[in-house]
Design a protein around this ligand. Structure first.
Ligand code: ATP
Ligand code: MG
Length: 300
């Protein structure tokens, strides 16, 4: 097993059976004690991602979708930046999903994210996603009114239906060669408070702060129940969740990067094979560059 596989596996959830959020410690750092301790692996993960992404792009068959969900200040942006620093921007797209626009509210809940799915050979990153529909919309059920779903359809099974629809959608994508990996950055309430206070104390971080973040914090328990149910209902072998400890940012980044490296390694990517026709084309190009007649041209 590679280091990336070993490091990320404890946090990967492939079945919701017996899943409990309390079994996961937000402050965990595996066998590593400090960022200095992890630096070599952090560097290795970046280098590993770059190499694998190059093959993914060249092969142009699979697409990879990385989904990030978390409470405020859990480090989504930092984790995404870290992953991005190891990728060629040409083969990677990042989308952030905020409160839906009027146009988005005119459609079904998967519409806006479907338009942003990664192309083959690419890595797509979603900063928030269609999972908001079973998180913020569930916790603040008044938001649901804005979606104008016919009232006949708003039964007690609504959230179960959404889980089912999401699972079906992800199975469909996986059958089409889109590999999905989902990350819940698991922050403790205590650490969130510390980070909010740091945002208030540091002028450069003030812009990141909004009063609504503190209001959301009041719904912490409701959010945790929603996350727990969501992970239990939507973890599958082909589209697993990772419950990533988020109280130490360096460890969060390492686990996410390791999971990405592990995923790409699993695809056993190779550069496309050069067939005889392509070989001839390359020989002709070389001959032309060197000012010689190509073998193919001299034959005719
Ligand atoms: P972040 O907090 O991710 O760094 P941000 O602070 O830049 O992003 P916000 O406007 O705070 O931006 O976050 C987007 C907000 O939009 C969140 O409160 C999120 O819950 C909300 N949101 C996202 N998707 C939906 C949705 N489908 N329905 C309602 N609200 C949504
Ligand atoms: Mg925010």
């Amino acid at each position: 097993m590679s280091w990336a596989s070993k490091l990320s596996k404890p946090y990967r959830i492939e079945t919701g059976k017996n899943f409990r959020l309390d079994d996961f410690d937000p402050a965990a750092t595996g066998h590593l004690r400090s960022k200095q301790n992890a630096q070599k692996l952090l560097d290795e993960s970046i280098a590993g991602m770059a190499k694998l992404q190059d093959k993914l792009y060249a092969q142009d068959r699979w697409a990879v979708l990385l989904i990030f969900q978390a409470m405020d200040a859990a480090g989504k942006d930092g984790a995404i930046k870290h992953v991005m620093s190891g990728l060629n921007p040409q083969g990677c797209q990042v989308y952030a999903f905020k409160t839906p626009s009027a146009e988005e509210l005119n459609h079904d809940f998967l519409w806006r994210t479907t338009k942003c799915l990664p192309e083959r050979g690419h890595i797509g990153i979603f900063n928030r996603s269609y999972y908001e529909e079973v998180l913020v919309v569930r916790v603040h059920s008044d938001i649901l009114k804005n979606e104008r779903i016919p009232k006949e359809l708003l039964g007690r099974r609504l959230w179960q239906d959404r889980f089912e629809d999401i699972c079906n959608f992800e199975r469909y994508l996986s059958r089409n060669g889109i590999i999905i990996r989902k990350f819940f950055l698991h922050l403790s309430k205590k650490e969130q408070k510390r980070r909010f206070l740091a945002r208030l104390d540091t002028p450069n971080k003030n812009w990141k702060f909004s009063l609504s973040d503190v209001r959301e914090r009041q719904c912490w328990n409701d959010y945790m129940s929603a996350y727990e149910e969501m992970i239990a209902a939507t973890s599958t072998k082909h589209s697993p969740w990772y419950v990533v400890p988020a109280d130490n940012k360096w460890y969060t980044r390492l686990v996410v990067a390791a999971a990405v490296v592990d995923t790409l390694q699993m695809l056993q990517l190779e550069y496309p094979e050069v067939d005889p026709a392509k070989e001839q084309e390359l020989a002709a190009a070389r001959a032309e560059l060197e000012g010689k007649k190509s073998p193919a041209a001299s034959e005719s």
